[in-house]
Design a protein around this ligand. Structure first.
Ligand code: SF4
Length: 266
């Protein structure tokens, strides 16, 4: 086999392995997607989880937690609505609407800061409450009501100050996969390329080790265009449970027979 034939052979073999990796990640993603609805463990506090899972009467708690999910650990960000509810004695949208920007800042900064960037995040919190009131008549569940397209709902999240594509896709993915909200399609639910997902994509050989966030997002689109975000939770779980930054536990990882970086392989 000459050099060019060998390169073609390697490319073909690489593509076959990539397809096998895609198939297994999607299979696991579908299992998670089809699982019965259960309480989502956003935090380790039962009362906070109850508030965040209550899309019937407090859908704004979920939306506001998404808005807060920036530049700190997710679990801390998702506790913010509950910590404010504790201080206010409830979390009705009416009670939130009565708060001035200075009130929200005080609630988020005293006695201890609820976020690393209280000044900026309290402004985003206040702005989101106003938007839910003005744009959605005080009912945040209208953001995803009526079987909308995934693009429409990601766009509605992007309209909130401070929300970018990563959080927009994450929010709609959680609504579809975990809350079982109906959408007309899943094309615009992208992978949310956090550090776990970028590391797993690189080690699985789907992207280069130094791939940008955009490269990871577009690789996921290329692999599974009808629902790129289907691979999000499987990759995140692999990264969190086995594919640690240091000393990956390949022996326990269900990708080990396909993974080019698994221990013992070149
Ligand atoms: S087999 Fe090892 S290197 Fe590959 S994804 Fe799993 S833990 Fe990571």
């Amino acid at each position: 086999m000459d050099t060019r034939d060998a390169a073609k052979y390697d490319f073909g073999r690489g593509k076959m392995n990539e397809k096998a990796i895609h198939d297994r990640l999607v299979e696991h993603g579908q299992t998670l997607f089809r699982a019965p609805k259960q309480l989502i463990q956003f935090t380790r506090l039962d009362d906070a989880n109850a508030l965040l899972n209550d899309l019937s009467t407090h859908p704004h708690a979920f939306v506001l937690a998404c808005v807060m999910d920036r530049q700190i650990k997710a679990e801390k960000a998702w506790l913010i609505p509950y910590r404010i509810a504790e201080k206010l004695g409830g979390f009705s949208l009416d009670s939130l609407l009565r708060l001035s920007p200075a009130d929200v800042n005080r609630l988020m900064s005293q006695p201890e800061p609820l976020h690393r960037f209280v000044d900026m995040m309290s402004g985003l919190f206040h702005s989101a409450v106003q938007r839910i009131s003005k744009q959605y008549g005080g009912d945040a569940s209208r953001i995803w009501a009526g079987n909308p397209s995934s693009a429409e709902v990601v766009y509605r999240f992007l309209e909130f100050d401070g929300v970018g594509p990563k959080i927009g896709s994450m929010a709609v993915n959680i609504l579809a996969r975990d809350f079982k909200i109906q959408f007309a399609d899943f094309f615009s639910i992208d992978i949310s390329a956090d550090r776990h997902i970028r590391r797993v994509f690189a080690r699985l050989g789907l992207c280069a080790p130094n791939a940008t966030v955009e490269q990871v997002i577009y690789k996921a689109k290329a692999l599974h265009p009808e629902f790129p975000g289907m691979m999000d939770l499987p990759c995140w779980e692999i990264g969190r449970n086995w594919c640690k930054a240091r000393e990956p536990k390949c022996g326990a990882c269900y990708m080990k027979d396909l993974c080019p970086s698994a221990n013992g392989k070149k």
